[in-house]
Design a protein around this ligand. Structure first.
Ligand SMILES: [Zn+2]
Length: 251
């Protein structure tokens, strides 16, 4: 689930006593992201941001492993993903070892926090978000009851499980999503832009409906590609420069 920075801010505090040392922890709202900024491994992919309370090593804990990428002025923290279904380097891990949320941190918030804790990496040191990151974020955000994790077969399941689509026809909506997913078979391409909040207006998104007990509706794609996928029902990635046909504001 994506959380919006307007409701949460980064906060730093002294390490919890059980971690020891004189380090600093980093929180986002109620979520403790990093228990020792100074001892975390920020530069690996994924980053290991949780330090073992026994020995002080990040990779000993291997908890909350996180992929961090940047938009023009936001950091996206997301669950790590893997480019191949066959090669999954962390397949032995339990789900709690992978960061199971997605949050956006505004650059201004990051820079202000870094002014307090200079050992935080510079904003520019994080990789630029790619189309693969965006699509995997969408797959992580999808209703699992309707769309399986295997993206190669997701459209097949969509066609079986989706009973209605509005305002697009089902076939049109699914073909837009298939078009996005086909980018996963190409090398990743950098995306320049930022996440924006959608107005609460049905013109700006398409809703899929499922005849399944776990859930009924899912706001997903917009009628105008590219990368107008909807996340958590209220955010979309807006490429830069902003298309003049659709001006989104964060208000
Ligand atoms: Zn340890």
């Amino acid at each position: 689930m994506l959380l919006k920075t307007s409701k949460s801010r980064l906060q730093v505090a002294r390490c919890p006593p059980e971690v020891g040392g004189d380090g600093t922890c980093l929180s986002y709202g109620d979520l403790l992201l990093v228990n020792s900024i100074e001892h975390a491994d920020w530069l690996s992919q994924p980053a290991a941001l949780w330090v073992c309370e026994g020995c002080g090593q990040a990779w000993c804990a291997a908890y909350h492993l996180t992929r961090i990428v940047r938009t023009t002025d936001q950091l996206l923290w997301m669950r790590p993903w893997f480019s191949s279904q066959e090669y999954h380097p962390f397949s032995e891990m339990q789900s709690r070892q992978l960061f199971d949320a997605a949050i956006l941190v505004e650059r201004a918030d990051w820079d202000a926090t870094r002014a307090v804790v200079p050992s935080l990496p510079d904003f520019e040191s994080f990789a630029v978000m790619t189309d693969h990151d965006l699509l995997h974020l969408w797959l992580q955000d999808r209703p699992a009851y309707a769309i399986p994790a295997e993206w190669e077969s997701f459209s097949h399941h969509l066609r079986i499980n989706c009973i209605a689509s509005d305002p697009l026809e089902i076939s049109k909506a699914i073909s837009i999503l298939e078009g996005h997913m086909s980018d996963l078979s190409q090398p990743p391409a950098a995306l320049i832009g930022r996440f924006e909040e959608l107005p609460d207006d049905r013109r700006y998104y398409n809703t899929l409906y499922f005849d399944l007990p776990e859930g009924l509706e899912f706001r997903t794609c917009l009628s105008i590609p590219p990368y107008r996928l909807v996340f958590s029902g209220r955010l979309c990635f807006q490429p830069a420069p902003t298309c003049t046909d659709l001006i989104l504001t964060s208000g």
